[in-house]
Design a binder for this molecule. Structure first.
Ligand code: TXA
Ligand code: MG
Length: 319
């Protein structure tokens, strides 16, 4: 059985017992297990049906234990961490031996994040180990931003979902590694490249699709609904091509007069990209559940968190 509850003590006891549960963060819900336990981490990969070549992010409550897990931290990483933690920001840093190789898929760097969700922090504080927490979706599918969406997509696969309400950011963390003292973004996310550049003075985006991607932010198809998704700058144009029945719309600001309202989602009536991010995955889950023939999605302005929204829509449309 899969239960949704708010009992942090229960969650902590299950995790200490090597079980895998779903937990809330401010970005998306995650599938959590003891990052120092090979058995718990193996379960995470199995539940997600995730290839063992795709590493996990470890989550800490604060920076007190930070140096137990990573080494050779560049000064620029400290500066960025001071600015963006707790928050939707993940650092790639050389791992110490205490982190099992399965967590990093054999890579020398481990991804580390300190989330800002109060329930996630309270839970992490109760534990004597970091949590490995990938998004709580089957590999390649849309990430969940509510306990109900987790329950629907992982029914029977986890025993407990710790309910922390709707995720306030709605899109995954930004993953940043380093080339010397230059921050390199491996996955665009809730923290924009501009914001990072403001603190670091420079930033590069590593978005090349490689044969062996080290970050799923580099996979051409990911975050995708089962329904075919077409991405466009002009919804009306695509509506002339496709039959109207069986068509759903994922619009930025405006509802379409020619499609049934129940088959549409508008991400932000006021045109705010942060609100659009908050609504994005929830909207994608609802539209996918309608089992339509296709979804037409509209690009949002490519500023701030809008860059990450467009990135996710792009990958969702690449199936
Ligand atoms: O906001 C988030 O980051 C959420 C919440 C739950 O914290 N977590 C999340 O985890 O999005 P996941 O596993 O779904 O995505 C993490 C990405 C993966 O694409 C993985 O390949 C990449 O981080 N990653 C993890 N460790 C890495 C490493 N050592 N080097 C390069 N990429 C890494
Ligand atoms: Mg994910």
């Amino acid at each position: 059985m899969t239960y949704i509850g708010k009992d942090i003590e229960t969650a902590a006891a299950m995790l200490a017992n090597d079980q895998v549960i779903a937990i809330p963060t401010e970005t998306v819900y995650g599938l959590a297990g003891n990052a120092l336990s090979i058995s718990a981490v193996t379960k995470i990969y199995e539940i997600k049906k995730r290839p063992l070549t795709n590493p996990l992010i470890i989550h800490l409550p604060d920076t007190t234990q930070f140096h137990k897990y990573v080494k050779n931290v560049p000064a620029i990483a400290v500066k960025l961490a001071e600015h963006f933690w707790p928050g939707a920001f993940t650092l790639l840093l050389p791992k110490k031996d205490i982190i099992p190789d399965i967590v990093t898929a054999g890579l020398p760097d481990v991804a580390v994040r300190i989330p800002s969700h109060p329930i996630a922090i309270e839970l992490l504080r109760k534990l004597s180990f970091p949590l490995a927490v990938p998004s709580a979706n089957p590999f390649g599918y849309i990430s969940p931003t509510s306990a109900e969406d987790v329950k629907r997509i992982l029914l029977g696969k986890v025993d407990y979902i710790l309910d922390g309400g709707q995720c306030t950011k709605g899109i995954e963390s930004t993953i940043v590694g380093f080339d010397g003292d230059t921050p390199v973004i491996y996955r665009v996310g809730a923290i924009s490249p501009e914001a990072i550049k403001k603190i670091a003075g420079k930033v590069e985006i590593h978005n090349k699709h490689t044969e062996k991607p080290i970050s799923s932010g580099m996979l051409p198809s990911h975050y995708a609904p089962n329904t075919s998704l077409y991405l466009t700058n002009n919804i009306e144009l695509l509506l002339e091509i496709f039959p109207r029945t069986g068509t759903g719309i994922l619009a930025f600001k405006n509802i379409s007069p020619v499609i049934a309202e129940t088959n549409q989602e508008v991400l932000s009536v006021s045109g705010n990209v942060d609100e659009a991010a908050y609504n994005l995955y929830k909207a994608m889950h609802r539209l996918d559940n309608l089992k339509l023939d296709r979804i037409i999605a509209e690009r949002v302005p490519n500023v701030g968190i809008g860059i990450a929204i467009n990135d996710r829509l792009e990958r969702a449309s690449n199936k």
